[in-house]
Design a protein around this ligand. Sequence first.
Ligand SMILES: *Cc1c(COP(=O)(O)O)cnc(C)c1O
Length: 381
Amino acid sequence: MHNKLISLVRDIYSTNEFIPLHAPTFKGNEQAYLAETISSTFVSSVGKFVDDFEHKIQAYTGTARAVATVNGTSALHTALHLADIKAGDLVITQALTFVATCNALYHMGAEPIFIDIETTFFGLCPIAVATWLDENAQLNDDGQCIHVASGKQIKAVMPMHTFGHSVQLDELISICEKWNLSLIEDAAESLGSYYKGKHTGTLGKFGALSFNGNKVITTGGGGMLLCRAEKDGLHAKHVTTTAKQPHPYEFYHDEPGFNYRMPNLNAALGCAQMEQIEKILASKRQIASQYEEFFAGSEYQFVKEPEYAHSNYWLNAILCPDINARNALLEKTNSQGVMTRPVWQLMHRLPMFASSLRGDLKNSEFAEARLVNLPSSPTGI
Ligand SMILES: *Cc1c(COP(=O)(O)O)cnc(C)c1O
């Protein structure tokens, strides 16, 4: 199996060189727009590409307002800030995620509650969330969701669309309505992924995208905050800059600003990448179907898009039969120059989140021991 898989990957990428997990492609106007930015001298916080890029993402996702930021983590941080998460508040999220989800919480002084995932698409499990809340939370007279044992307020649910596969949003939205919680979608991995026809990141109060170098499209580093309400979008734009009141020469700032604004240079790259996104996604889908066919009928289960969703197949993944099979595959492929990777270690194993509240995490542990990501860069663009 290992050798056949290695030949398949070498076939897909037509190379005998090292094959990374996810590399960007710049086959459109990237160079031209970057050159234009440099000759205009507007490389920094002012320039037309930031607005253009925001409008492109707005149109593409259908969100009310998109605000460009320096990276995905800062988009999440801003979302939490605007959702009124304060120090000491609790937020329900996944233990199986990239650390950025929890870092954003950490820097708010808020704490995660790790709830289990489901084992088909590896996103936050609505049943596990509902059960945990029923057993551990109460609504007080002001309608606030209180964690009974600590007396702390639970403010939000922050699911992550793992590898680009949408979580079950309708179910999570009902839970949020019942318990008076904000839904914040970590959509960093899911640009181009839809839940029942709606773009991921646009159903919650806020959604955060990432344009890091390994994501579906890249701006070098960058992120985008998707706001469901126009007024949140305006506020987001205000605080992600310096919260300065418009004036030709006076400097007056009416609240603390983050200065998380994306530079024009990065946005230029983003505009060129958005022109290529359909080609990129088509190539990724084609690669996914080759993996799916390869693993069909084997004891390795290819992770397919949910029936209720359309996935971008950001990172292709398989579930190995057990940890020994996983380790053997990682060892063999990586030693042969074909990069594969286990999933992130669960968040509660990291020192900064070791004492965080958590529910039963048996599905997360099951996935942690078996998931492997396969090379997924777009090709032939
Ligand atoms: C990539 C990613 C982020 C954001 O990453 P940045 O590097 O800050 O852009 C956040 N959450 C998840 C799950 C991610 O994969």
